[in-house]
Structure formats: C-alpha cells, structure tokens
Design a protein around this ligand. Structure first.
Ligand code: B12
Ligand code: SF4
Length: 377
C-alpha cells in the first residue's frame, strides 16, 4: 500500500540530516537485482577468504527480500568520516603504525546504529510500518543498495563514492514495509580513471569493480587469523589496522567536504600515529585499555601485536630488536612467527649498515692512504 503523505520521503531526508547523516536515499527493495548473482560469483571464486560468515547466509545477504520477505523499501544512509589530514601522511614513518582513517575515532557501529535507531523510531511514529535497521554486521549488501538509492556509485575499488562526500561515508540501511518513492540510482562516474587499482600495494583487484579480499590489507590485518602470508608482508608496510590507499588516491575525495564529518570520528591522539614499540609491548589488559570504544578492539591483542611485528619488520628500526626478541617466546603462534620474520629483516638491515660502514671506512682509509701518497710526492 502506498503511503498517503507524498512528502514523507522528503521529511525522512530532513530528519536524517538532522540526525547527522550526510547522505540519504531511498530505493525499492528489489532495486539492486544483480547483487545476488555477483555475490554468488565472488563467493564461488573464494574471494571472501576465511570470512565464512559471508557465505553462511548468502541467501539472506543477496537481496533485502531474501533476509526479510515483507520489506518493500530500503532507506540508505551515509555518515561522513572525511579526514582533515592526508591519510598517507605517515607512509614513510617506519617506526609508527598507520591505522586506517575509519578506525581512528569512535566505533562507527555504535555511532551509526544509535542514529539509525533514532531515525527508525521517528519513522515508525510518522509513517508506521515495520522496520529493521542495519549497519555492517547484518547480512545486507550496503553498497549496491546505496547505489540503487542514489547516494553514489560503486567505484572501481568497490566502495561507494559520492560526488559530494567522496568515499569517506559509513553506510547504514533501514528496511521498511512502507512502499516509499525511490530516488534515481547513482551513475558510475569513474570514467577511465584507474588510480585506485594502481595504488593497491598488494594487487587486490583482479579487475575493475572486483576485489579479492584475500589480497587486501584490510582483510589481512583485520579479518585474517593466524600468520599473514609472507608474500604480502612487505606490501603491508606500516599499516597495522586496515588500509586507505585505494580511497586516498581517488580524485573524488578531493571534493569531500570535511565539514560534514561527524565529530565522533575525530582521530584519538593515541590512534593517529601509535609507536610500534608501544604496540609490540601490549598485553591483553593494555590492549583493552588503549582500544576501548574503538572498532579495533574486535581484533584482540594477539592480532594487533602480530600486525605491529610485521610493520616492525618493514621499519628498518633496529631499536625494535629487543622487544621482538622477547616476542619469540609469545604464547600466540602468529605473533612468534611475525616476530621471527621481522627479526630476520632487521638483521639484514643491520648487516647492510655494517657493510656500508665497512665500505665507508675502507674508502676513508684508502683516501687517507692516497692523501699520504700525495704528501710523499
Ligand atoms: C566484507 C567486507 C569487507 C571485506 C571485503 C570488501 C569487499 N569489497 O567486499 C574487507 C575486509 C576486505 C573490507 C575492507 C574494507 N571495508 Co568493508 N565491508 C565488508 C562488508 C561487511 C560486506 C561487503 C560485501 O558485501 N562484499 C561482497 C562483494 C561481492 O560485494 P561488493 O564489494 O559490493 O561487490 C560488488 C562489485 O564486485 C560489483 N561487481 C562485480 N562484478 C562487477 C562487474 C562490473 C562491470 C561492475 C560495474 C560491478 C561488478 O558487484 C558486487 C555487488 O555490488 C560491508 C558491510 C556490508 N554489510 O555491506 C563493509 C563495507 C563495504 N566496508 C567498508 C569499509 C569502510 C572498508 C574499508 C575502506 C576499511 C579500511 N579502511 O580498511 C576497506 C576497503 C577495501 C576495499 N577496497 O573494498 C564500508 C564501505 C563504505 C563505502 N563508502 O563504501 C562498508 C559498507 C561498511 C559500512 N557499513 O560502512 N570490507
Ligand atoms: S584497502 Fe589497500 S590493500 Fe585493500 S584494496 Fe584498497 S589499496 Fe588494496
């Protein structure tokens, strides 16, 4: 049944803006018909790696109706976390870890969910109907739905890009039994640009618009349990939680208005540029204390120390040798493995330096000898 008040859609958008959402659009529940097949193919190719929860509820995830047959419309929402500073600024600071922008502030699951629920309560009063709210953790394909609702389009890096907010948008969705008027879908505006694909340090894009999660640093540092495959360790550089490179190089992010960013996502001082030495020293209690209220808390101490050890192996910072040596006796296998790898790399750095010093001394003494000859002559 069509809702009597034609303007409800506009009022939903006004209320969403009042609640801090930078973007809001509406789509019919069946407006992203290709998603289910594309998800099926992605899973069949094994591109989800060990994220078996992606496959377990494939039928629910593939379409809104698969999860909730009564759903008629989807309200898609975006909350901005556009950074004020260059996400690549720490790329050459080997002794510091890089935390991806999305995780430097408050936990978006909590912040977005709270505002989605507020919007849901408002909608239930104003328009009636049943509804469900989702952010990230439910079997929902938030990106194709956001595209269908006109918030933007899925770029070649597969994230949603908005003309106004770039790709720095957390997404959320409200499924409702109301039949609302949909917006025009987003139009792909990537053109011939392939900056994101070229920027990826681990070659995670087998083709434009397709991501092999098993090669993505975000997956490797956040989702992947156990030792990180050796072939990706160098490419990980100093990234200790997630990766922003494909987003950071996107030209559309130049237009992203930082003013729209929610204050809850401002970077916390201790997460903006953490020292690898401090991270390698963390025990469980220390980890919980530093990462309380952050999405990072989900990975636990062992995975964080494993990541920091890989970054230490790329750091060329030999001051980290003693703490890495201690970690060779750590209770976690992946930590021990990463520490051993890092020590091997730092020892190579040590012998390179010794060779260089030796060479310099040799040149120095040859010069001295040449000088002495000159003096004789
Ligand atoms: C699983 C997951 C991951 C996995 C896999 C990522 C992926 N691309 O699938 C990993 C751990 C790698 C990951 C990483 C990140 N994630 Co993530 N992730 C998710 C999650 C839970 C599901 C995504 C999903 O459904 N994947 C399955 C694949 C099949 O879907 P897809 O990527 O949309 O695939 C489409 C394309 O492949 C396309 N396609 C396929 N073939 C073809 C061919 C052509 C010609 C075309 C045009 C298209 C096309 O169609 C598919 C369906 O739309 C969502 C939350 C949610 N519930 O939606 C967050 C989500 C996508 N992640 C998010 C974020 C922020 C990130 C990171 C930026 C975090 C970071 N800084 O480290 C990175 C980005 C890495 C990247 N380039 O994608 C945000 C993205 C927000 C946005 N603006 O888009 C989301 C929406 C969470 C949220 N609520 O805000 N993530
Ligand atoms: S997040 Fe990093 S590793 Fe993952 S696809 Fe983008 S650039 Fe590649």
């Amino acid at each position: 049944m069509r809702v009597a008040d034609d303007k409800l859609e506009d009022r939903i958008k006004a209320e969403a803006a009042r609640l801090g959402f930078a973007a809001c659009g509406i789509a019919a529940a069946d407006a992203a018909p290709r998603s289910a097949e594309r998800l099926r193919q992605w899973l069949a190719e094994g591109r989800h790696g060990s994220m078996i929860w992606m496959a377990e509820r494939e039928g629910h995830r593939g379409s809104p109706g698969g999860l909730w047959p009564q759903v008629r419309s989807v309200i898609s929402l975006g909350m901005s976390y556009a950074p004020k500073t260059d996400p690549m600024a720490l790329a050459d600071e080997g002794s510091r870890g890089r935390v991806s922008v999305y995780a430097q502030g408050g936990d978006y699951h909590d912040v977005v969910k709270r505002q989605l629920k507020a919007l849901g309560r408002w909608l239930a009063q104003q328009g009636g109907g049943d509804l469900k709210v989702f952010v990230d953790t439910a079997p929902v394909m938030e990106k194709p739905l956001a595209e269908a609702a006109g918030i933007g389009w899925q770029g070649k890096h597969t994230n949603l890009v908005s003309r106004t907010h770039g790709s720095w948008l957390f997404l959320g969705a409200i499924y409702t039994t109301l039949a609302l008027a949909g917006d025009a879908p987003g139009r792909d505006s990537c053109g011939s640009c392939d900056a994101c694909q070229r920027a990826c340090p681990t070659n995670a894009f087998p083709a434009p618009y397709r991501l092999d999660a098993r090669r993505c640093i975000s997956y490797l540092t956040i989702e992947h349990k156990g030792p990180i495959p050796v072939e990706f360790r160098e490419g990980i550089g100093n990234r200790i939680y997630g990766c922003d490179d494909c987003l950071a190089v996107c030209p559309w992010n130049k237009f992203a208005g930082v003013a729209a960013a929610n204050r809850a996502f401002l970077p916390r001082a201790e997460l903006a540029a953490p020292s690898l030495g401090d991270l390698l020293d963390l025990d469980d209690a220390g980890f919980r204390q530093v990462f309380a209220g952050s999405p990072i808390k989900r990975i636990g101490r062992d995975r964080m120390v494993r990541n920091a050890a890989v970054a230490a192996g790329n750091s060329r910072d030999r001051r980290l040798v003693p703490v890495l040596e201690r970690l060779l006796g750590d209770g976690d296998e992946a930590v021990r493995d990463a520490a051993g790898w890092a020590l091997g790399r730092l020892r190579l750095v040590g012998s390179e330096e010794a060779r260089r010093r030796g060479g310099e001394e040799e040149i120095g003494s040859r010069r001295g000898a040449e000088g002495a000859e000159g003096a004789e002559g």
